[in-house]
Design a protein around this ligand. Structure first.
Ligand code: SF4
Ligand code: SF4
Length: 347
């Protein structure tokens, strides 16, 4: 039987509280348990992220249930203002995500440097284990608050991307993006040795005042990339989109194992690229509304269908013709994460 997916039009967005009650968004949230509201606080300069006032509505409902909500995200692997917890929290604060505005604290789930994680065994096609940000694993239940937009690797970013890629630790994110060891530009190395202590695999050594690298020991975690001020290490973003989409789904599988969740997609400020970009980004269509449901696959599928209807043709194919975004739906269905069939309930 198709699961219910609820739709609130954007011109009634101030009815979010009652909409979420009708959609039974908090049925899975229990008293005195930790509720992780996983979202994206927006890169510096980006304007597409979901704004703090909406999170307050969610935390108000969670508190009515005497739950302990917190907002969370994890570190990025690209160099920006969200690549460690310290700068990430400062940026979130700058974007208005204060305790007063949101009604709860923020916890960056993978710790100060993005390497605080739990390996969850899944034994799937690409990954035997997935490295998930630790405090995601310690939460009792989830709400995934997702801004829908285009994405240069997966065609679009919604619930599945926020769950799979977004909850991965730095090592997890590297594993999704990358399949090999870093390349080294030895000429740039000044032999300072700063990278060595960050290598968890003991793969780096100084030899003749230059760094040397043992490919057999390297686990591709990418710690060295961030630790070297001379940009000696480079990781190629060489996974093809099919593998990345499927790995994201395997990470979703790991995150959602034995946990209940609810997904809320905001279909507004829809741009070609994701909220990790530092630019404002051209908005490609009018704001549509909010789609919500317990099944993240159905929520994403309903969002794509709704966006395509408003755009007049396949939006993701239009912006990224070379990407087959349906791969993620197919694999998510195969792994039993959810269903692309849904019953749309207009609020
Ligand atoms: S941190 Fe960079 S410059 Fe220093 S030893 Fe390592 S690779 Fe060389
Ligand atoms: S990618 Fe990780 S394991 Fe490999 S050399 Fe760099 S720090 Fe060490």
């Amino acid at each position: 039987m198709a699961g219910k997916v609820y739709f609130l039009p954007w011109n009634r967005k101030n009815e979010l509280y009652q909409f979420l009650k009708t959609a039974r968004a908090f049925d899975h949230v229990k008293a005195r348990q930790f509720l992780a509201i996983k979202m994206h606080f927006g890169e510096d300069g980006n304007e597409g992220y979901i704004k703090p006032e909406y999170t307050k509505t969610l935390t108000d409902i969670a508190k009515e249930k005497t739950a302990f909500p917190f907002l969370t995200d994890a570190s990025t692997i690209y160099v920006g203002k969200r690549s460690d917890a310290y700068h990430h929290l400062l940026l979130a604060n700058k974007h208005g995500f204060t305790i007063d505005n949101c009604g709860c604290p923020i916890i960056i789930a993978d710790g100060l440097r993005g390497n605080t994680a739990v390996d969850i065994e899944i034994n799937k096609k690409h990954c035997k284990t997935v490295s998930i940000s630790r405090d995601i694993c310690y939460a009792d239940s989830f709400i995934f608050l997702n801004h829908f937009k285009g994405h240069e690797i997966t065609g679009f970013g919604g619930a599945l991307k926020n769950i799979g890629m977004g909850c991965g630790s730095k090592a997890g994110k590297y594993a999704m993006h990358h399949n090999a060891n870093p390349d080294l530009d030895i000429e740039k190395c000044i032999g300072c040795g700063a990278c060595i202590k960050w290598c968890p695999a003991n793969a780096l050594k100084i030899n003749d005042k230059k760094i040397t690298f043992d490919k057999k020991k390297c686990i591709g975690c990418g710690e060295c990339v961030l630790s070297c001020a001379k940009n000696v290490f480079k990781l190629g973003w060489n996974e093809n989109t099919k593998n990345i989409q499927e790995k994201i789904i395997e990470f979703c599988y790991g995150v959602l194992q034995n946990k209940k969740s609810f997904s809320i997609n905001f279909l507004n400020h829809i741009t070609k690229f994701c909220d990790c970009y530092t630019t404002k980004g051209k908005v490609l269509m009018d704001d549509i509304g909010i789609i919500a449901g317990a099944d993240p696959v159905a929520v994403d599928k309903a969002s794509v269908d709704m966006v395509n209807k408003h755009f007049g043709k396949d939006f993701c194919k239009h912006i990224f013709p070379e990407i087959d975004y349906n791969i993620q739906f197919k694999y998510a269905t195969e792994l039993g994460i959810g269903s692309i069939d849904y019953e749309l309930v207009n609020y």
